[in-house]
Design a protein around this ligand. Structure first.
Ligand SMILES: *[C@@H]1O[C@H](CO)[C@@H](O)[C@H](O)[C@H]1NC(C)=O
Ligand SMILES: *[C@@H]1O[C@H](CO)[C@@H](O)[C@H](O)[C@H]1NC(C)=O
Ligand SMILES: *[C@@H]1O[C@H](CO)[C@@H](O)[C@H](O)[C@H]1NC(C)=O
Ligand SMILES: *[C@@H]1O[C@H](CO)[C@@H](O)[C@H](O)[C@H]1NC(C)=O
Ligand SMILES: *[C@@H]1O[C@H](CO)[C@@H](O)[C@H](O)[C@H]1NC(C)=O
Ligand SMILES: *[C@@H]1O[C@H](CO)[C@@H](O)[C@H](O)[C@H]1NC(C)=O
Ligand SMILES: *[C@@H]1O[C@H](CO)[C@@H](O)[C@H](O)[C@H]1NC(C)=O
Ligand SMILES: *[C@@H]1O[C@H](CO)[C@@H](O)[C@H](O)[C@H]1NC(C)=O
Ligand SMILES: *[C@@H]1O[C@H](CO)[C@@H](O)[C@H](O)[C@H]1NC(C)=O
Length: 388
């Protein structure tokens, strides 16, 4: 009896335990020396029996500050969410919180209210279904989720419901698909664009994540909005595939979740998570922040993520954030400082990894698809099972 009370209270504790609520989340020592295996072939993609993907025998080596997220990334959005503003920036040298040097220049900008889309391409998975690759990317229509024939700016007040997604790339087209070409191998029936480059880069967002009222409760990812970055190679081959060799995700080319609801229990908590092999062999779980920002169910949220030149990655939520063409380091530091004083910043220091990791073992595990796709029920069940 006593034992079962202890077990029950442990269980209850595990399920309800939460991390501190903060306004800024910091990862230190971000970036490591490692490798991943790029996709080199997508074969017979519309033949259910023959459809197959191959990865290279020669891993792509990466190293240094923010690696592998120093490679080009695409920016992903999942509902319930309405995007009001988006901007991407680069800097030739910015150190978080330090000397106020290193301004950021804006390379891309979206303003829903004004109907402005500069150097952004909205894509969505409304293309043909392939048994091994899933649905192909198309241009998104103004509703964010239907297919369009040409690049289209989302309409003002476009609301994604649970499990609906769109993605933003730059407007720079890829050369043809090919191992040695600028975008590597990609699915040939998609509009293929470059992601956002840079070791030192920043993304700003103004958005809402209203409580779900439209979708049925049993839809996947019910009421679990998210904004996240992927190595831009991933969505150009296959974002949600059951075959680990259909994208470079499993071998660790990189994902960084900026604002993500992890489960319906904590539906007002936004976590940040790194998914690669820096300090973990478990890419599905990755390394999550030990604090969360708050999902405001009513108001607009404004914030961003910055990758600095010394391996500090900071996610913040601050109404001071503005989307100017040049963001001075001094202003960025103050936006974050103003909301993150005292204990309102959760910091995690990643372990140093200086030798490329062995990747072959990573690819043998079954890929259940993306972590962001994982059913919260499975997470809950494994938490329960652990205690039985
Ligand atoms: C580090 O990465 C760069 C590409 O970013 C590559 O050219 C170089 O060979 C790598 N160095 C090592 C030691 O892996
Ligand atoms: C890409 O965006 C920039 C900035 O808005 C614009 O000047 C350029 O014409 C666009 N290029 C294409 C190919 O659409
Ligand atoms: C897409 O293809 C997969 C694999 O063949 C299949 O399981 C799934 O049901 C298809 N989805 C739809 C909506 O047709
Ligand atoms: C558009 O964005 C891409 C990726 O950040 C960049 O390479 C390109 O220079 C940008 N184009 C303009 C016109 O700024
Ligand atoms: C948000 O929606 C959930 C159902 O997904 C509901 O249980 C909850 O009460 C709602 N919260 C608020 C504050 O309305
Ligand atoms: C993925 O590729 C590796 C290396 O080529 C191979 O050993 C493995 O069997 C492949 N996995 C699947 C599921 O095809
Ligand atoms: C930020 O502004 C929104 C309105 O745009 C408001 O709802 C919210 O409470 C503000 N957040 C903070 C922390 O002041
Ligand atoms: C950075 O921006 C500030 C304010 O816009 C400006 O005064 C300063 O000269 C800029 N610094 C550099 C190095 O561009
Ligand atoms: C919800 O996600 C948080 C953050 O990952 C975790 O701490 C908590 O245990 C999860 N709750 C459930 C019920 O899975």
């Amino acid at each position: 009896m006593l034992l079962s009370i202890i077990l029950l209270s442990c269980m209850f504790h595990t399920i309800t335990a939460s991390t501190p609520q903060v306004n800024a989340i910091e990862f230190n020592n971000f970036g490591f020396a490692g490798s991943y295996t790029p996709v080199i072939e997508l074969a017979n993609i519309y033949d259910e029996q023959q459809c197959s993907c191959s990865i290279s025998n020669t891993p792509t080596l990466f190293n240094g500050t923010n690696a592998p997220l120093n490679e080009e990334v695409s920016v992903h959005f999942r509902g319930p969410l309405q995007l009001i503003n988006f901007a991407s920036y680069v800097s030739d040298g910015y150190t978080f919180g330090e000397d106020n040097s290193g301004n950021f220049s804006r390379l891309s900008f979206y303003d829903a209210g004004e109907g402005i889309g500069e150097n952004v391409t909205f894509l969505t998975r409304a293309g043909k279904n392939s048994s091994c690759l899933g649905f192909g990317l198309t241009f998104a229509d103004s509703d964010g989720i239907s297919a369009a024939n040409e690049p289209t700016i989302l309409a003002d007040n476009t609301l994604l419901n649970s499990n609906q997604e769109f993605v933003i790339f730059s407007n720079v087209s890829c050369e043809s698909s090919g191992v040695d070409n600028d975008c590597g191998v990609y699915r040939e029936d998609i509009p293929a664009y470059h992601g956002f480059f840079g070791t030192t880069k920043m993304f700003l967002f103004k958005f809402t994540m209203p409580n779900e009222t439209k979708s049925a409760w049993d839809v996947a990812n019910y009421n679990m909005p998210a904004i996240w970055l992927l190595n831009a190679q991933i969505p150009r081959t296959a974002q949600y595939s059951n075959d680990v060799n259909c994208s470079c995700w499993r071998s660790g080319c990189g994902e960084f979740d900026i604002f993500e609801v992890m489960n319906v229990t904590e539906y007002t908590h936004l976590y940040s998570t790194l998914h690669d092999y820096q300090g973990t062999g478990d890419i599905e779980s990755g390394l999550a922040s030990n604090g969360h920002t708050e999902r405001d169910l009513q108001g607009d949220m404004v914030g961003g993520v910055v990758f600095d030149s010394t391996g500090k990655v900071v996610v913040w939520m601050s109404n001071s954030t503005s989307f100017d063409e040049v963001v001075a380091a001094k202003d960025l530091n103050s936006w974050i400082h103003d909301v993150a004083q005292g204990k309102e910043l959760a910091a995690t220091t990643l372990p140093t990894v200086s030798a490329p990791t062995e990747t072959s073992s990573h690819t043998t595990k079954k890929n259940n698809g993306y972590v962001l796709q994982q059913s919260p029920l499975i997470v809950l069940l494994s938490a329960l099972l652990w205690f039985i």
